[in-house]
Design a protein around this ligand. Structure first.
Ligand SMILES: [Zn+2]
Length: 245
């Protein structure tokens, strides 16, 4: 799908990136990214994907914006507290880039809707705050062979990896058992979730356009207190209940 004149101007600075090209920008325009969770991680990721020129975003998140969200929610305004999150996000993202189509689903991810949503996306960004939905997304992405950017944070610490089903470890290879997770109660600083959300958008852009080397079979961890960024090699588990033999 060719860029129109306004898009060529809008994206002119990123078209200058070494190794990037109009064809890569067109791939972005032709692609659909599902952002599961539009809080501190996904709100930022959606914002940068729209600004970069993704063709379509599917935003999945139930419920309304609440005041304690506002320390990390730069996609939304304080005056919108009490409104349905997906509606606010859709409005804001259209203001940022009118060429990005934004589809909203104000629901939890469940066994009933996961197939229908995942199958319509080219790439999935897992920004949910609980492992029940994360495991379900992982299983569905493996079934449909969809790449998934997996990012999570707690306190001042974050991690990110890019899952390519059949090639890299999946989430269940990394966490075969349900990890201990303080559901909705963990500490968050906006700059930490924002950094991670931005890295997730960058990974999605790289996977879609074929630019650079995504974090395949690698886990990037960072510690906001010490500014230690580390990369660890990951192995597939041949006995994995989701992607094993
Ligand atoms: Zn696996």
């Amino acid at each position: 799908m060719r860029l129109n004149t306004e898009e060529e101007t809008r994206y002119s600075r990123q078209l200058l990136i070494n190794g990037y090209s109009e064809r890569r920008q067109e791939k972005l325009k032709e692609s659909t990214a599902m952002v599961a969770g539009i809080g501190g991680l996904g709100g930022n990721a959606a914002l940068y994907l729209a600004a970069a020129g993704i063709g379509r975003l599917i935003l999945v998140h139930p419920g309304e914006l609440e005041l304690p969200d506002m320390n990390r929610q730069i996609l939304m305004y304080s005056k919108c507290v009490g409104e349905e999150r997906t509606n606010i996000a859709q409005r804001r993202l259209k203001e940022i880039n009118p060429f990005t189509e934004v589809i909203t689903i104000s629901e939890w991810i469940t066994e009933d809707n996961a197939d229908g949503i995942v199958s319509k996306a080219d790439i999935i960004l897992d920004c949910r705050h609980n492992f029940k939905e994360r495991y379900l997304l992982n299983k569905t992405c493996v079934r449909y062979k969809k790449p998934m950017i997996e990012g999570a944070m707690d306190d001042m610490f974050g991690y990110i990896t890019t899952i390519m089903p059949g090639e890299t470890p999946c989430l269940s290879c990394l966490f075969p058992e349900y990890p201990e997770w303080d559901y909705l109660g963990f500490a968050v600083l906006g700059t930490v979730s924002g950094t991670l959300g931005t890295l997730m958008a960058l990974e999605a852009i790289k996977v879609i356009t074929g630019l650079g080397n995504p974090l395949y079979s690698e886990l990037l961890t960072f510690d906001g207190l010490t500014m230690d960024f580390k990369k660890l090699k990951l192995q597939r588990d041949s006995n994995c209940s989701v992607c094993g033999n």
